[in-house]
Design a protein around this ligand. Sequence first.
Ligand SMILES: *Cc1c(COP(=O)(O)O)cnc(C)c1O
Length: 404
Amino acid sequence: MLNVQKIREDFPILKRQVNGKPLVYFDNAATSQTPQVVIDAIVDYYSNYNANIHRGVHSLSQEATDAYEKARKKIQRHFNAKHAHEIILTSGTTHSINIVATGFTTLLSEGDEIIVSALEHHSNIVPWQMLCERTGAVLKVIPMNQEGELLMERYDQLLSEKTKLVFVNHISNALGTINPIEYIINKAHEVGAAVLIDGAQSCPHIKPDVQALDADFYVASAHKLCGPTGVGLLYGKEAWLNKLPPYQGGGEMIDQVTFEKTTYAGLPHKFEAGTPNICGVIAFGTALDYMNTIGFDAIASYEKELLDYGTQQLLQIDGLKIYGTSVNKTSVISFNIEGIHPYDIGSIVDKLGVAVRTGHHCAQPIMDFYKIPGTVRASFSFYNTKEEIDILVNSVKKAATMLR
Ligand SMILES: *Cc1c(COP(=O)(O)O)cnc(C)c1O
């Protein structure tokens, strides 16, 4: 059991007011809030050992390098990668995906196929479309049903020896559906395709094990895991990372440089050109420690309680429809009220202190599927409470009365 009241004390932002009302933060699928220990790690870095890494012989640089590499090992342990050098530190999920998508340019030929899912975030669609334009490869899409679930029999039919890559998110940020990634990975491997899992939305809820999953690549962002923005990871199996060319040229990623020829550094530095987000990486390590102390099993079961309660309460509202009704879903509720634009609901509940997201959630194809402009999305985290859900429900009711 979580001691939620005690956990809430860890988050200074939860004490503030918005528009004269206590903040109810239900936009966790966009970014999570930051506990004091992570804020302290950031302040400590800039107050005590800010220096560039891997370069200086001086003490500060060594301290910063040690802390940075220690964080990489924490991240390795958390995701259960076999080697620390299989963890590439990036600016986030989008950056990580682009490293892979750009790297595959040299590995694909015309007529090869890439499979993505109908439930993807834009950051997981556009880089593959660009890759297809560069290589002549063809993009195929696993379709979904009304519940917001991917159709696995259609996936089976799409797979062939032409399939070179499969990309799916573990959990859809727009609907909260948990996709059957174990099945997707096993089936892709049967035809020799590589699989990239976008874990940006699942990591806050489910502790991943990249070796047990047998994922070829796995990406995530720290800012959805109680860490800072602008930092994330690309996990890749060693053999795959060795096959991919570097993404950016610059300092840190080289071995020898002359004007005739440059040789590249080994993993992970080959993909970490330039000065990285040193402080961000260190604070990411602290955020993982924090979340592991609370425990992912406890987080998952508490969030399920919030999801069930929120679903039940919201459905009491006249004309309210929830999008994404799979039994396998996480604590995201996407909804609309008949005849009312989601933006109008979002604006009114904000006046009442409740932060929800409105719009297409970077997943326009999903909105097109349901033929709607967008939804209101409330996404719950382990620091939220049922009392806050009551405030949401009352605020939505008020908005609906005003707008009807
Ligand atoms: C948030 C999110 C992204 C993008 O993450 P960034 O940190 O903005 O790069 C990608 N995919 C999913 C499923 C997400 O939820």
